[in-house]
Structure formats: C-alpha cells, structure tokens
Design a protein around this ligand. Structure first.
Ligand SMILES: [Zn+2]
Length: 364
C-alpha cells in the first residue's frame, strides 16, 4: 500500500465514521440540488431533525461545516493531499457530475442577499415636499395580505398640518410621475432628425451672419482709423490747437479700442448658440430613450440635472426646469394638447422661435 492509499484509508475512516455517511452525503446532495433556494439553513434543520448534530454541542451543525462537507471532493472519489488531487480507490458516493452541480448550487446559495441600506427604493434623495419643503423619504408598508408596498412621504413630522397626508405617494405612482416629467423634456427620434436638419441650415446662416458681423466691425475700424489719421495730419500741419486736437482725438481712440475688442471676440466665436441648441436636442432625445426603456436611474439623474427642484404634492411630482429646458417642457405640453398632427408640428417648430437665447445670436 502506497502512502497515498494509506492516507486515503485514514480519510475514509475519519469521514465515514458512521455507515450512514454515504447515504447522508447523497441525501444532502439531492437536497442542495432540489431546493438550493432554501439555502444551507434548510439542510441544517433537516439534518438536526434526523439527529445529525454536533458531537459535543448537540446543536445543529454549523453552516460552515455543512458547507465544507458538501465541498469535499472526497465524496466523488477523489481527495486532496497537500493540495494535490488524487484519484481514490474508495467507491465514490456521488458522481463527479453531481459534485460539480453541488458546487454551482453552493455558489448561488452563497451569493450575498440584496444589500439593505437603500432597501430597494428608487427615488431617495430626489424630491422635496411641495407643502413644507422637507425631504421626501421612502417607507415600506406591509398589507394584511402580506404584500409589501413602497411609499414615499415627507419627513416632516407633526409640526405643521399637511392637507395631503404628508405628501404620501406609492412608488408606482411616483415612478409614473418621474416618467411624465422626463417625457416633458424628451424629444422623439423623428423630431430629433427634423431639428438636426434644420440646425444644419441654421449653422450655415449662423456662420454667414458671423462673417457679416466681422466685416461690419472691420469697415467701421477702417473708417475710424482714417479719421484719426486725418486729425494727426491736421495737427502736425498746424491746422489744430493741441487742446482741440485732444478733444477730438481722445474719444476716437476709446472707440477704436472698443471696436478692436469686439472684432477679436467676433473672430474668436465662442460657444455658438446653435451648437448649444444641437446639444440640447441630442440630450433631449437621449432622455426620451430613457423614458421609453424605463431607465429610472438615468431619468432620476437627468431630472436632477435639468430641474431646479422636484416637488411632491397631492400625488404629483412637479419639476421646475432650468433654462432652456423650461421652454422645451412648455413646447411639449402645448404639442401634447394639439388637436391635430399639423398643429403639433407647427408647435414644435415654434420651439426655436420661443427660445430667444438661440435666435439672432450674432446681433448681440
Ligand atoms: Zn412636508
């Protein structure tokens, strides 16, 4: 008998203390595979019910030792010696396949439960109470049926009477409200395309207008410079007194400095309002996609970004949108109320016109 075989026999003796060991292993394996959702605790209970308890403590076997027991490859006919796997000569109690399945099941069992903490609330730290301005927090309620519901409500307690039950709102309703608000600042695909096509035209107008603006400043500067030159000539030729010369020339020098600054600014450009409008259309289209895919986290952070505040009152979430999102929201509301497709379309086109920040930018 080799040393390894001897080692195995010792293992067999140690682990197979009772003649039932093999049947216990098989039973436990079946149990794990058939209802691993119940976890090792279910196996622990059943083992205890069968009288299989700790030798000394007489208490149910610790979960860790049940886990170790099920992870021991010895039962499928192999064993570890100094980290090396050996094929045993003892009869396997379970197949290698079953063993592998148990390992997979154990990994699933071992997965940590859903983290507590935010308890699965989607919209914490998001809105405030429309009545008193305090934070809206999440709360769990269990109905008599045992079904659990998530609610949101004002954290302000008993200090000021709330006409609407401390802004209590069910999570489903809250989610609908988040969706409704995000949709107000969303632009659907077809309108994104139409806007972008139009924006391209506007961009051409934009650069032409910018060029005209630059040309205008340049010609004003040229006229101003020749005026200054004429004054200089008149003065050197003795046609002007020094005081007269200063009085005439000084304002022109100031004017020249102003024009030169304007020219530098006009040539440099800066963030074009048309460019801003384009970004807005793209962002609004992305928002629309989050709405249709019900991406709550993205909708939430988007509304935090484009909203000044988010108030809950009487089962309703109201977002005050920042500029220029407020105009987009107003346009969307008007378009939703439109009686016909053509009316809706003409409302959409007014969006840019109702948006002074984006119009006549180069005349500024
Ligand atoms: Zn309140």
């Amino acid at each position: 008998m080799t040393f390894i075989e001897q080692f195995e026999q010792e293992l067999v003796k140690k682990l197979q203390g009772s003649e039932d060991a093999a049947s216990i292993v098989r039973w436990a394996a079946e149990k794990v595979l058939e209802s691993y959702r119940n976890g090792i605790t279910a196996i622990q209970k059943e083992l205890a019910a069968l009288g299989i308890v700790g030798n000394l403590s007489k208490k149910p076997l610790p979960l860790s030792s049940i886990g170790n027991f099920l992870r021991n490859p010895f039962y499928c006919g192999v064993f570890l010696h100094k980290g090396e796997m050996h094929q045993g000569i003892h009869a396997p109690m379970i197949s290698k396949k079953t063993f592998d399945e148990i390992q997979t099941a154990l990994v699933t069992i071992g997965k940590p439960r859903k983290k507590r903490g935010d308890k699965g609330f989607l919209f914490l730290n998001f809105a405030t109470c429309g009545t008193c301005g305090h934070c809206i927090t999440g709360e769990r309620h269990t109905k008599k049926s045992g079904r659990r519901y998530h609610y949101y409500r004002c954290t302000h307690k008993n200090k000021q009477p709330h006409s609407d039950d401390r802004s209590l709102i069910r999570e489903e309703q809250f989610a609908e409200e988040v969706k409704r608000n995000a949709a107000l600042v969303g632009i659907p695909d077809d309108w994104k395309e139409r806007f972008l096509a139009k924006i391209e035209l506007w961009q051409n107008d934009d650069s032409q207008a910018r060029q005209r603006h630059v040309d205008r400043i340049k010609s004003e500067l040229t006229a101003l410079k020749s005026k200054i030159d004429r004054l200089n000539t008149a003065f050197t030729e003795g046609g002007l007194e020094l005081s007269e010369f200063k009085e005439l020339k000084n304002p022109l020098i100031v004017q020249k400095a102003v024009l030169e600054q304007q020219l530098a600014k006009a040539e440099k450009g800066g963030a074009s309002p048309i460019e801003l409008l384009k970004n807005l259309v793209l962002e609004a289209n992305q928002a629309e996609k989050w709405v249709s895919s019900e991406n709550w986290l993205e909708m939430k952070s988007f509304l935090q970004k484009v909203g000044l505040n988010r108030l809950v009152r009487s089962q309703t979430l109201t977002v005050s949108f920042k500029k220029p999102w407020n105009l987009l929201a107003e346009t969307t509301v008007a378009a939703q109320r439109a009686a016909s497709e053509s009316e809706r379309n003409s409302i959409w086109w007014t969006y840019r016109e109702s948006n002074p920040g984006f119009v006549n930018a180069n005349d500024a």
